[in-house]
Design a protein around this ligand. Structure first.
Ligand code: 0L1
Ligand code: MG
Length: 256
């Protein structure tokens, strides 16, 4: 059987070269979710070895819309690096991805560590700031189709993120309206309440799930709380603008 390091190389190379691969579970139907998190860690270690730096974590499948869209019903997580962060108001290069999609999220940045079982109040008191954000997800699997171990091994589809202006950590983001527009036309409408009923629950879950992997959330980490709507496919020529009630906007252009 291919080693976990070998599988990490396969998913990492697929991401690096933007070439789609078959699902790992096609040939390894017994691959477990624990194996998949080990593959994810090894594939992100390869990025780190190329010079990318830790930026934080992303939570995935935190809304019903997302679970229905991909047919997987469990909250998952992945790792962010500095190379995944894109400049708000700037360009996204379509050629760097297999089949990118965008989804609106809330970004938290921490001023204190969070580890293991924490309460929502403890999570709130660890916040440095809150911002509107969008995540670029890009499953490296053909046709954006995968089973749970596949997507976890593939860093939970994480491939990029844009963050808007930071607001006070006391900003109430429990139920804020969100409108994502493409070329001025609304394509997704939702609320931050779609993120586990309250996005702070996503940060609580991040502290717990990351601790299971022997890690903790550190000061300076960004945590993306998860998509509030279904994700929208990106093609060159699009101008994407997402407006978050109270928090502001996040915009970018898709270029070839
Ligand atoms: O961030 C997410 O909710 C996505 C997790 C992976 C599933 C997908 O690629 O849509
Ligand atoms: Mg997401």
């Amino acid at each position: 059987m291919t080693s976990l390091a070998g599988l990490a190389q396969i998913v990492d190379e697929a991401a690096r070269t933007a070439v789609a691969i078959p699902q790992l579970t096609d040939t390894l139907p017994d691959l477990t979710v624990d194996d998949a998190y080990a593959i994810q860690a090894l594939s992100v270690a390869r990025r780190r070895a190329r010079g990318e730096r830790r930026a934080g974590f992303k939570m995935g499948l935190t809304s019903r819309a997302k679970m229905i869209q991909v047919g997987v019903s469990e909250v998952i997580w992945g790792r962010l690096t500095d190379a995944m962060r894109l400049i708000e108001g700037g360009d996204l290069h379509r050629a760097a991805y297999v089949h990118p999609r965008v989804e609106p999220e809330i970004a938290y940045i921490l001023k204190k560590p969070l580890e293991g079982e924490v309460t929502a109040a403890e999570a709130l008191s660890a916040l440095e700031a809150i911002a509107p954000a969008v995540e670029i997800i890009d499953s490296r699997y053909r046709d954006f189709k995968f089973a749970l171990p596949d997507v976890v091994a593939d860093n939970s589809s994480s491939s990029g993120f844009f963050v808007g202006s930071w607001s006070s950590p006391s900003t109430d983001v429990t139920n804020l309206g969100i409108v994502m527009e493409v070329d001025g036309r609304p394509v997704q409408i939702g609320s931050t309440a779609a993120i586990l009923g309250n996005p702070i629950r996503s940060l609580v879950a991040a502290a717990r799930l990351v601790a299971k992997a022997g890690e903790r959330l550190e000061p300076g980490d960004i945590v993306l709380a998860g998509g509030a709507t279904a994700a929208h496919a990106l093609v060159p020529g699009m101008h994407v603008k997402t407006t978050f009630q109270r928090l502001g906007t996040v915009a970018f252009n898709v270029v070839a």
